[in-house]
Ligand binder design. Sequence first.
Ligand code: ADP
Ligand code: MG
Ligand code: ZN
Length: 560
Amino acid sequence: MLNKAQKILEQFFGYSSFRAGQKTVIENLLHGHHTLATMPTGGGKSLCYQIPGLVLDGTALIISPLISLMKDQVDSLLTLGISATYINSSLESKEQIERLKQLKAGAFKFVYVAPERFESYEFIEALQAIKISLIAFDEAHCISQWGHDFRPSYRSIVPNLRKLRQQPVKVALTATATGEVIADIQELLHIHPKHLVNTGFARENLHFHLEKGVNKEDFLLNYVRSHPKESGIIYAPTRKITDRIYQLFVDKGIQTARYHAGLAESERQLAQELFIRDEAPLMVATNAFGMGIDKSNVRYVIHYSLPMNIEAYYQEAGRAGRDGEPSDCYLLFSAQDIQLQKFLIEQSQMNEEKKEREYAKLQDMANYAYTRRCLQRYILDYFGDEKGEENCGRCSNCCQEGELKDLTKEAQMILSCVKRMGERFGVSLTAKVLKGSKNQKVLEFGFQNLSTYNLLPHLTEKDITNRINYLVADGYLSIQDAKFPTLKLTPLAYDVLTGKAEVWVKVKANEAAKDASHNEELFDILRGLRKQIATKKNLPPYLIFSDVSLKQMAQVLPAH
Ligand code: ADP
Ligand code: MG
Ligand code: ZN
């Protein structure tokens, strides 16, 4: 049967070889094993069910939440001479009834439906009348309530499937699933863990970039102007900002399409078509745009502001480069972005428990903006994907020029200050205390003594804030309670405090020069501390905590 699959690949689809994972998924299904396939966007998930659907007898059923994609998929099957159709709410009811009739007569090799269809008695009845070759759950993360696009209607499918006389083989496919979502899908669809085909989620043609502290409008204009022939998407966090950016381009005479939920259906439709036909190479949109858009030549995706979570970011950024060609994903970040997202969560209709989860996911997203690690690796780690290399060598962190700098001492200052403040406060107050501020809050909470030490005199409060955020992003500090963030030390922090671990960070050339000129100042403070520790007199308050002994502390301080 596998020979047959190979032949179909070549003769029907015109491809010479399988992509990673495809062969294993197809093999599994032909052997009747329910299978879960996790592959990146553009990895070729469709063939994983289309080829077995052609090899096996009967009708293949594909369940997808993306109504707008069904027509394209069906059209391309039809051009290959394969009988296929879709039944969904975009059709008049007369047409739905007609297609149902044909389905019942076994006229189709492939039928695409939305999950809601399983709530229809007539549909189930039609399925009972025919032989089903396989059932594919596309975008299978939507079945899990931990997935970021949970569709409750997916849940009605499994109980309804029991009404079929024979149980067809099932395949679930997704490009965005964390470990808990994978476990959830396996449980709900009764897929054995050994039939997980995981090619990893890495997108080797995508270059992830972080841009901090840029003028966002200027960046967008410059970027778009210097890539005039390329197709790209700019994602904005709100409709209002979408309109503003759109206007910015229109005023400069740049052909632009716009898409958000506040526009009339006809207007959205037109914008989408202009973009897909490359008549407007640039699309400015909210996250309402893109679900089910299969445009292969998108060369860049720019996020104007921090998205709500990594799943959303990876999915949206992942719309670049579906054709496998090198493409760029930019995130323009400023610290206020986090406040905006918090506000959006707060204003949403979600219940408190869900909001808590969203705040925590937002923190993971913010950490992406502050990490100094490989950005692709950060995303893969978020999804629990152990495959792929430690450094992609393509992202802006991997390609950051500059020198590695030992920030261990600074980190020790920051970490000990957090400890001394009782691990009960957030980034902003901690930065103030470290800076030696006499701010009212500092006084109110009784940190004026601690504050007088002015632990990091060579850094501005903003620099200190950035350092703290970096320590959070790379796991030295954790943030508890994402809504009212409180800094806590992690085990790694204790390793740094006791000198078991060092903190090395690649810093830009100009940043390094600035820091170097102040190193002496920092050493002076440390020397002073060392003396005080040696004489055990007048110990500075931030050094008095139980977990790290004075002896250990003395060892990590410079021996001048
Ligand atoms: P996914 O659903 O995983 O995002 P698709 O199934 O839409 O990806 O496939 C993405 C593109 O890759 C399509 O244009 C498809 O024709 C192409 N493709 C799939 N499998 C192969 C293959 N084995 N060889 C070459 N191209 C392939
Ligand atoms: Mg797909
Ligand atoms: Zn990288």
